[in-house]
Design a protein around this ligand. Structure first.
Ligand SMILES: NC(=O)c1ccc[n+]([C@@H]2O[C@H](COP(=O)([O-])OP(=O)(O)OC[C@H]3O[C@@H](n4cnc5c(N)ncnc54)[C@H](O)[C@@H]3O)[C@@H](O)[C@H]2O)c1
Length: 245
Protein backbone atom coordinates (compact mmCIF):
# COMPACT_ATOMS: atom_id res chain seq x y z
CA UNK A 1 0.00 0.00 0.00
CA UNK A 2 1.03 3.56 -0.66
CA UNK A 3 2.94 5.42 2.04
CA UNK A 4 1.03 8.57 1.16
CA UNK A 5 -2.57 9.59 1.83
CA UNK A 6 -4.90 8.62 -1.00
CA UNK A 7 -8.05 8.12 1.03
CA UNK A 8 -11.13 8.99 -1.05
CA UNK A 9 -9.01 9.79 -4.09
CA UNK A 10 -9.77 8.38 -7.50
CA UNK A 11 -7.52 7.80 -10.48
CA UNK A 12 -8.76 7.52 -14.06
CA UNK A 13 -6.79 5.43 -16.54
CA UNK A 14 -7.92 5.81 -20.15
CA UNK A 15 -7.19 2.91 -22.47
CA UNK A 16 -7.15 0.96 -19.23
CA UNK A 17 -8.48 -2.33 -20.59
CA UNK A 18 -5.26 -3.48 -22.25
CA UNK A 19 -1.48 -3.35 -22.24
CA UNK A 20 0.18 -0.45 -20.44
CA UNK A 21 -3.12 1.03 -19.22
CA UNK A 22 -4.24 -2.23 -17.62
CA UNK A 23 -0.86 -2.54 -15.86
CA UNK A 24 -1.16 1.03 -14.56
CA UNK A 25 -4.71 0.43 -13.34
CA UNK A 26 -3.60 -2.74 -11.57
CA UNK A 27 -0.60 -1.05 -9.96
CA UNK A 28 -2.59 1.97 -8.75
CA UNK A 29 -5.35 -0.27 -7.35
CA UNK A 30 -2.72 -2.31 -5.50
CA UNK A 31 -1.44 0.93 -3.94
CA UNK A 32 -4.93 1.76 -2.70
CA UNK A 33 -6.19 4.15 -5.36
CA UNK A 34 -9.89 3.93 -6.36
CA UNK A 35 -9.36 3.32 -10.06
CA UNK A 36 -11.72 4.02 -12.93
CA UNK A 37 -10.73 1.80 -15.84
CA UNK A 38 -11.92 3.58 -18.95
CA UNK A 39 -11.76 2.27 -22.49
CA UNK A 40 -13.45 2.32 -25.83
CA UNK A 41 -14.20 -1.36 -25.21
CA UNK A 42 -16.76 -1.56 -22.41
CA UNK A 43 -16.62 -5.30 -21.71
CA UNK A 44 -12.81 -5.37 -21.71
CA UNK A 45 -12.78 -2.42 -19.27
CA UNK A 46 -15.27 -4.25 -17.02
CA UNK A 47 -13.15 -7.41 -17.11
CA UNK A 48 -10.00 -5.47 -16.17
CA UNK A 49 -11.77 -3.63 -13.34
CA UNK A 50 -13.16 -6.92 -11.97
CA UNK A 51 -9.74 -8.59 -12.20
CA UNK A 52 -7.80 -5.85 -10.38
CA UNK A 53 -10.39 -5.44 -7.59
CA UNK A 54 -9.85 -2.77 -4.94
CA UNK A 55 -13.21 -1.19 -5.75
CA UNK A 56 -12.13 -0.45 -9.32
CA UNK A 57 -14.93 0.37 -11.70
CA UNK A 58 -15.29 0.64 -15.45
CA UNK A 59 -16.54 3.39 -17.74
CA UNK A 60 -16.73 3.24 -21.52
CA UNK A 61 -15.56 6.39 -23.30
CA UNK A 62 -13.91 7.39 -26.55
CA UNK A 63 -11.19 9.88 -25.61
CA UNK A 64 -11.56 11.57 -29.00
CA UNK A 65 -15.10 12.64 -28.04
CA UNK A 66 -15.09 15.54 -25.58
CA UNK A 67 -18.59 14.91 -24.22
CA UNK A 68 -17.64 11.31 -23.36
CA UNK A 69 -14.47 12.44 -21.59
CA UNK A 70 -16.42 15.05 -19.60
CA UNK A 71 -18.92 12.34 -18.60
CA UNK A 72 -16.06 10.02 -17.58
CA UNK A 73 -14.52 12.62 -15.28
CA UNK A 74 -17.87 13.49 -13.71
CA UNK A 75 -18.56 9.76 -13.16
CA UNK A 76 -15.21 9.32 -11.39
CA UNK A 77 -15.85 12.22 -9.00
CA UNK A 78 -19.42 11.10 -8.31
CA UNK A 79 -18.73 7.39 -7.83
CA UNK A 80 -15.14 7.17 -6.61
CA UNK A 81 -14.27 10.39 -4.84
CA UNK A 82 -12.08 13.41 -5.53
CA UNK A 83 -10.01 13.01 -8.69
CA UNK A 84 -6.37 12.76 -7.65
CA UNK A 85 -4.82 11.44 -10.84
CA UNK A 86 -5.74 11.44 -14.51
CA UNK A 87 -3.72 9.09 -16.69
CA UNK A 88 -4.26 9.97 -20.36
CA UNK A 89 -3.01 6.66 -21.67
CA UNK A 90 -5.37 5.72 -24.52
CA UNK A 91 -3.63 5.65 -27.85
CA UNK A 92 -3.60 3.97 -31.22
CA UNK A 93 -0.78 2.99 -33.55
CA UNK A 94 -0.47 3.86 -37.20
CA UNK A 95 -0.68 1.57 -40.19
CA UNK A 96 2.17 2.53 -42.51
CA UNK A 97 1.00 4.87 -45.27
CA UNK A 98 3.33 6.98 -47.44
CA UNK A 99 2.89 10.67 -46.63
CA UNK A 100 2.14 11.51 -50.24
CA UNK A 101 -0.77 9.05 -50.19
CA UNK A 102 -2.00 9.60 -46.64
CA UNK A 103 -5.67 10.41 -46.25
CA UNK A 104 -6.69 13.34 -44.06
CA UNK A 105 -9.05 11.03 -42.13
CA UNK A 106 -6.09 8.81 -41.20
CA UNK A 107 -4.05 11.79 -39.94
CA UNK A 108 -7.01 13.27 -38.06
CA UNK A 109 -7.89 10.01 -36.27
CA UNK A 110 -4.30 9.43 -35.07
CA UNK A 111 -4.03 13.04 -33.86
CA UNK A 112 -7.58 12.93 -32.48
CA UNK A 113 -6.99 9.95 -30.21
CA UNK A 114 -3.31 10.38 -29.29
CA UNK A 115 -3.16 14.17 -28.88
CA UNK A 116 -6.62 15.74 -28.75
CA UNK A 117 -7.79 12.90 -26.49
CA UNK A 118 -5.14 13.85 -23.94
CA UNK A 119 -6.14 17.51 -24.24
CA UNK A 120 -9.76 16.59 -23.43
CA UNK A 121 -8.59 14.47 -20.50
CA UNK A 122 -6.39 17.26 -19.19
CA UNK A 123 -9.10 19.88 -19.66
CA UNK A 124 -11.79 18.01 -17.75
CA UNK A 125 -9.44 16.70 -15.06
CA UNK A 126 -8.21 20.26 -14.47
CA UNK A 127 -11.82 21.44 -14.28
CA UNK A 128 -12.70 19.17 -11.36
CA UNK A 129 -9.27 19.34 -9.70
CA UNK A 130 -9.42 23.15 -9.65
CA UNK A 131 -12.96 23.07 -8.28
CA UNK A 132 -11.91 20.70 -5.48
CA UNK A 133 -9.00 23.02 -4.68
CA UNK A 134 -6.55 20.31 -3.63
CA UNK A 135 -4.37 19.88 -6.71
CA UNK A 136 -3.77 16.64 -8.54
CA UNK A 137 -1.56 14.94 -11.11
CA UNK A 138 -2.06 14.46 -14.84
CA UNK A 139 0.08 11.89 -16.67
CA UNK A 140 0.18 11.93 -20.46
CA UNK A 141 1.36 8.73 -22.15
CA UNK A 142 3.74 9.93 -24.86
CA UNK A 143 6.45 7.75 -26.44
CA UNK A 144 10.08 7.79 -27.48
CA UNK A 145 8.46 8.79 -30.78
CA UNK A 146 7.67 12.07 -29.02
CA UNK A 147 11.43 12.69 -28.96
CA UNK A 148 12.77 11.03 -32.11
CA UNK A 149 11.30 10.25 -35.50
CA UNK A 150 10.15 6.89 -36.84
CA UNK A 151 9.73 6.05 -40.49
CA UNK A 152 6.21 5.03 -41.45
CA UNK A 153 4.58 6.63 -38.40
CA UNK A 154 4.46 10.38 -39.19
CA UNK A 155 1.06 11.14 -37.66
CA UNK A 156 1.82 9.12 -34.51
CA UNK A 157 5.24 10.80 -34.23
CA UNK A 158 3.64 14.23 -34.64
CA UNK A 159 0.97 13.44 -32.05
CA UNK A 160 3.48 12.26 -29.45
CA UNK A 161 5.83 15.23 -30.07
CA UNK A 162 2.80 17.47 -29.66
CA UNK A 163 1.80 15.73 -26.46
CA UNK A 164 5.19 16.43 -24.87
CA UNK A 165 4.87 20.11 -25.84
CA UNK A 166 1.31 20.27 -24.53
CA UNK A 167 2.47 18.69 -21.27
CA UNK A 168 5.01 21.49 -20.77
CA UNK A 169 2.49 24.26 -21.45
CA UNK A 170 -0.20 22.66 -19.28
CA UNK A 171 2.28 22.16 -16.42
CA UNK A 172 3.20 25.85 -16.49
CA UNK A 173 -0.42 26.95 -16.45
CA UNK A 174 -1.72 24.49 -13.88
CA UNK A 175 1.16 24.73 -11.39
CA UNK A 176 -0.60 27.63 -9.67
CA UNK A 177 -3.53 25.29 -8.94
CA UNK A 178 -1.22 22.66 -7.46
CA UNK A 179 -1.74 20.39 -10.44
CA UNK A 180 1.36 18.62 -11.77
CA UNK A 181 1.41 17.55 -15.42
CA UNK A 182 4.00 15.04 -16.61
CA UNK A 183 4.57 12.82 -19.62
CA UNK A 184 5.92 9.30 -19.85
CA UNK A 185 7.83 8.15 -22.92
CA UNK A 186 8.18 4.41 -23.31
CA UNK A 187 10.10 2.70 -26.08
CA UNK A 188 8.56 -0.50 -27.43
CA UNK A 189 6.59 -2.32 -24.76
CA UNK A 190 5.17 -5.80 -25.11
CA UNK A 191 1.44 -5.10 -25.68
CA UNK A 192 -1.16 -5.84 -28.37
CA UNK A 193 -0.31 -2.45 -29.93
CA UNK A 194 2.96 -3.77 -31.34
CA UNK A 195 1.98 -7.42 -31.87
CA UNK A 196 3.87 -8.80 -34.84
CA UNK A 197 6.59 -6.13 -34.70
CA UNK A 198 8.70 -7.84 -32.01
CA UNK A 199 11.52 -8.97 -34.34
CA UNK A 200 11.72 -5.52 -35.91
CA UNK A 201 11.81 -3.48 -32.71
CA UNK A 202 13.83 -5.73 -30.38
CA UNK A 203 17.27 -4.68 -31.76
CA UNK A 204 16.39 -1.00 -31.31
CA UNK A 205 16.81 -1.37 -27.54
CA UNK A 206 20.42 -1.51 -26.27
CA UNK A 207 19.16 -3.41 -23.23
CA UNK A 208 18.33 -6.27 -25.62
CA UNK A 209 14.61 -6.73 -25.09
CA UNK A 210 11.28 -4.96 -25.20
CA UNK A 211 9.87 -3.38 -22.08
CA UNK A 212 7.07 -4.88 -20.03
CA UNK A 213 3.86 -2.98 -19.19
CA UNK A 214 4.58 -3.28 -15.45
CA UNK A 215 7.87 -1.40 -16.01
CA UNK A 216 5.88 1.60 -17.25
CA UNK A 217 3.25 1.19 -14.52
CA UNK A 218 5.81 1.41 -11.72
CA UNK A 219 7.08 4.73 -13.09
CA UNK A 220 3.53 6.08 -13.36
CA UNK A 221 2.76 5.04 -9.79
CA UNK A 222 5.80 6.99 -8.63
CA UNK A 223 4.84 10.04 -10.72
CA UNK A 224 1.35 10.26 -9.19
CA UNK A 225 2.70 9.83 -5.67
CA UNK A 226 3.59 12.59 -3.23
CA UNK A 227 7.21 11.43 -3.49
CA UNK A 228 7.20 13.02 -6.94
CA UNK A 229 5.87 16.35 -5.67
CA UNK A 230 8.64 18.43 -7.33
CA UNK A 231 8.20 16.85 -10.77
CA UNK A 232 6.20 18.69 -13.38
CA UNK A 233 6.41 19.66 -17.05
CA UNK A 234 8.92 17.00 -18.06
CA UNK A 235 8.77 13.70 -19.87
CA UNK A 236 10.21 10.59 -18.25
CA UNK A 237 11.74 7.92 -20.45
CA UNK A 238 11.34 4.21 -19.89
CA UNK A 239 13.13 3.09 -23.01
CA UNK A 240 15.85 0.47 -22.48
CA UNK A 241 18.42 2.94 -23.83
CA UNK A 242 16.55 3.56 -27.12
CA UNK A 243 17.18 7.32 -27.16
CA UNK A 244 20.70 7.14 -25.70
CA UNK A 245 22.12 6.03 -29.07
N1 LIG B 1 3.30 -0.54 -26.60
C1 LIG B 1 4.27 0.31 -26.92
O1 LIG B 1 5.32 -0.09 -27.43
C2 LIG B 1 4.12 1.78 -26.64
C3 LIG B 1 5.26 2.58 -26.71
C4 LIG B 1 5.17 3.94 -26.45
C5 LIG B 1 3.95 4.49 -26.13
N2 LIG B 1 2.85 3.70 -26.08
C6 LIG B 1 1.59 4.35 -25.74
O2 LIG B 1 1.06 3.72 -24.60
C7 LIG B 1 -0.37 3.84 -24.63
C8 LIG B 1 -0.98 2.47 -24.40
O3 LIG B 1 -0.56 1.62 -25.45
P1 LIG B 1 -0.58 0.02 -25.34
O4 LIG B 1 0.66 -0.45 -25.98
O5 LIG B 1 -0.91 -0.40 -23.97
O6 LIG B 1 -1.77 -0.29 -26.37
P2 LIG B 1 -2.97 -1.35 -26.31
O7 LIG B 1 -3.47 -1.40 -27.72
O8 LIG B 1 -2.55 -2.60 -25.63
O9 LIG B 1 -4.03 -0.62 -25.39
C9 LIG B 1 -4.62 0.58 -25.77
C10 LIG B 1 -6.03 0.64 -25.20
O10 LIG B 1 -6.57 1.92 -25.58
C11 LIG B 1 -7.91 1.69 -26.00
N3 LIG B 1 -8.29 2.76 -26.93
C12 LIG B 1 -7.94 2.89 -28.22
N4 LIG B 1 -8.52 3.97 -28.73
C13 LIG B 1 -9.26 4.52 -27.74
C14 LIG B 1 -10.10 5.66 -27.67
N5 LIG B 1 -10.33 6.43 -28.73
N6 LIG B 1 -10.70 5.93 -26.49
C15 LIG B 1 -10.50 5.15 -25.42
N7 LIG B 1 -9.73 4.05 -25.42
C16 LIG B 1 -9.12 3.75 -26.59
C17 LIG B 1 -7.90 0.32 -26.66
O11 LIG B 1 -9.21 -0.24 -26.69
C18 LIG B 1 -6.95 -0.45 -25.78
O12 LIG B 1 -7.63 -1.11 -24.72
C19 LIG B 1 -0.71 4.48 -25.97
O13 LIG B 1 -0.89 5.88 -25.80
C20 LIG B 1 0.52 4.23 -26.81
O14 LIG B 1 0.68 5.18 -27.85
C21 LIG B 1 2.90 2.35 -26.32
Amino acid sequence: MAQYDIADRSAIVTGGASGIGAAIAERLAAEGWRVVVSDLKRSAAEETAARIGGGACAFAADVADESQVAALVDFAVRECGRLGAMVNNAGIGEDPSPIDEMKAEHWNRIIGVNLTGAFFGTKHAARVMKAAGRGGVIVNMASVLGLVGFKAAPAYTAAKHGLIGFTKAAALELAAAGIRVVAVSPAFIRTPLIAGLEEQVMPLHPIGRQGEPREVASLVEYLVSEEAGFLTGATYLVDGGYTAQ
